[in-house]
Structures are given as structure tokens and as C-alpha cells.
Design a protein around this ligand. Structure first.
Ligand code: ZN
Length: 340
């Protein structure tokens, strides 16, 4: 049977936060908000199980944004005075917090939602953290003065939290590194090494997600400049193939990524994106199975996992639910076609 999983985020229900936004404001506060986050987590655990997915995530209901959810629990970061900064090589401007002192964890970051996830499904669980290079690209540095040094400082903290997540019973810990597709040379030079620092000593499954971003306008425009073939992965995959990371999540359906680049990940599990996050159109099970068949030309079946291209966060809840269903149904159809 094909394994199935989501890349990470799912839409927050309208009663939890603003909808249709990448940096949504919470609706409530205090204990009410804390309860609402867990209620939303439960709802998405059920939706993933109903879709027949093998690996279940928390849908990132407890964090406002995939990077800042982690940073909020780090000492040495000034959240009160955010500054505007061009991120992902100036693709878009964001209000980011500033690193002003040595970095240290204030305590556990995701204990509540990770333990809640573990307690409410008997299936395998996946938990996502931002990768060191992507974090460095999403904060303003007023202290370290060196991207690599700061990335390794963050990697140490990520490792601390990852070890704790493993102890909470999480089966797969995934680091999100969209920055790998923007700074390819640096990713191969030190980004993968920083990632390996973040997974040091882990015996659970480890993964990295590298995408072309959510389906927001700035990303759609950027993708239009990348030409007929998106070959960014070509520069990073060899370094990942030589790394200790177990799984790599990549974009496939409706992207211009040449599928043969998957072959560069020999020996790794490949989470192939069979669900588009830049379109509200729901994939048919046939399309999902076709994309898996395409991936099978380059990745052995035992290493292939059906996944979404990226997180589904800014989409509507109904669309996201339908896409989860398509993911599960498509993977089952691919199994049937292979006689399994
Ligand atoms: Zn992504």
C-alpha cells in the first residue's frame, strides 16, 4: 500500500482564526483560544483519518505561521518590534521579529499539540518544524551578523524540540525548507549541514519539505519567472541524498519540475506532491494515480509516499477536505492498478 501524508498545514476553521490568510489573526484569546486550537486539531485528525491517510498531522492549528510559531518560544528574539524585510530573495515583504541576543528555548514549543495529536490517533503521526535556513530567512538579524552561525544556533534549538517531540511519540519529524529552492548553492553548501545538526541523535523518521510556496499571488508571479523547467531541486537533491535525512517532500503535480530529478534522491523516501495547492480544482483519483505512476518511473514503490505539494493553509476548508479525500482515493486507486 502507498503511504499517504500531508505536507503540513491545513485551513483554520472560521471560529479559530481569520480565513484565507497566511498570517491570520486569532479569533479568541487565553484559555478559549487554547481550547479552540485543540478542537480544530481534532477535527482535522478525523478528516485525515476519514480520507484514509496513513500518516496524520496536527494541521498546524496551534501556530499562526509555520516559522513564527516556533520563534515565539525562543529567547533572544524581539517580537514587540517587528520590522519589514524582503524575504525569499525579496520575493515578498513580511513583518518579521528581530534576533537581538543569544538564542535559547524558553521551554517546550509544541508539547501540547504534539501530545494531543499522539493521544487522538492510533496511526503514525508527523509533526513539522521550520528548517534552520528558512528561519534565518524569516527573521531580522541584529545580533549574529552571520547567516550560517545563526542557522546553526537555530538548528541546536530545533534539535532540542525535535528530541522532545520524539519522546512525545511523534513518528515523523519534518523540517520545512522552502528557502532551499531560493538559495540553492547555500543550501548545498551549509543548509543541509544545518538540517543535519537539527536531526542529530534522532531515531524517529526525519523529513524535509522543499516547495515552491503556497498558492499566493507573490509565489504565482515568481513561478512564472522560473522558465519552462524548474531545476532548483537539481542543485540540492545530491546533497540531501548524501545526508542522514530519511524523507524528502517535493512538488510534482502541475509544477514544471522535471520528474526525472526525483531519481537524484536515490535511497530516500520521496513524498511526491500529487495534490496542487495553488488551485481550488479538486484532483480526481485518476489524476493522483497517474502522478504516482509517473513518480514510479524514478522512485521504487517502497520509497514512494503520496503527499500534497505544500500546505493547504490558505485554502477554504471545504476545498481542503475534498483534496484530502482525493489524496486517499488516488493512492488506493494506484494500489489497485498495481494489483496490490
Ligand atoms: Zn511548502
Amino acid at each position: 500500500m502507498f503511504d499517504t501524508a500531508i505536507a503540513g498545514s491545513l485551513p483554520k476553521p472560521a471560529w479559530l482564526a481569520e480565513t484565507g490568510k497566511l498570517w491570520p489573526l486569532w479569533r479568541g484569546e487565553g484559555a478559549d483560544l487554547a481550547q479552540a486550537k485543540l478542537d480544530a486539531t481534532l477535527l482535522w485528525i478525523k478528516a485525515q483519518e476519514d480520507a484514509g491517510l496513513a500518516v496524520i498531522g496536527d494541521g498546524e492549528m496551534s501556530r499562526q505561521h509555520f516559522v513564527h510559531g516556533f520563534l515565539e518560544r525562543v529567547e533572544g528574539i524581539d517580537f514587540a518590534n517587528k520590522v519589514e524585510m524582503g524575504i525569499r530573495n525579496d520575493r515578498y515583504k513580511a513583518l518579521v521579529p528581530q534576533v537581538v541576543a543569544p538564542l535559547r528555548l524558553k521551554g517546550r514549543v509544541h508539547a501540547t499539540e504534539a501530545r494531543f495529536l499522539r493521544a487522538h490517533t492510533t496511526r503514525r503521526t508527523k509533526f513539522t518544524l521550520p528548517g534552520p535556513m528558512t528561519i534565518v530567512d524569516t527573521v531580522a538579524d541584529r545580533f549574529y551578523g552571520d547567516r550560517v552561525k545563526m542557522a546553526f544556533a537555530f538548528a541546536e534549538l530545533l534539535n532540542e524540540e525535535a528530541r522532545a517531540l520524539q519522546a512525545d511519540g511523534i513518528d515523523v519529524i519534518q523540517f520545512d525548507e522552502p528557502a532551499f529552492n531560493v538559495y540553492m548553492a547555500e543550501a548545498a553548501e551549509w543548509g543541509v549541514a544545518a538540517l543535519e545538526r537539527a536531526i542529530e541523535g534522532l531515531h524517529c523518521t526525519t523529513a524535509v519539505h522543499i516547495c515552491y510556496g503556497y498558492g499566493i499571488e507573490a509565489n504565482v508571479k515568481w513561478k512564472a519567472t522560473l522558465g519552462e523547467q524548474w531545476r532548483q531541486y537539481e542543485q540540492v537533491f545530491p546533497a540531501l541524498a548524501n545526508s542522514a535525512i530519511d524523507q524528502v517532500s517535493l512538488e510534482c503535480i502541475h509544477s514544471q519540475v522535471p520528474p526525472e530529478l526525483m531519481a537524484l534522491l536515490k535511497g530516500k523516501d520521496v513524498m511526491v506532491g500529487v495534490i496542487d495547492v495553488a488551485s481550488d480544482r479538486i484532483e480526481t483519483p485518476e489524476e493522483v494515480a497517474d502522478t504516482l505512476a509517473l513518480a514510479l518511473q524514478y522512485v521504487p514503490r517502497e520509497h514512494l509516499i503520496a503527499c500534497t505539494n505544500c500546505g493547504l493553509a490558505p485554502m477554504s476548508r471545504a476545498v481542503a477536505e475534498a483534496k484530502l479525500q482525493a489524496l486517499g482515493a488516488g493512492a488506493r486507486l494506484a494500489d489497485q492498478r498495481l494489483g496490490g
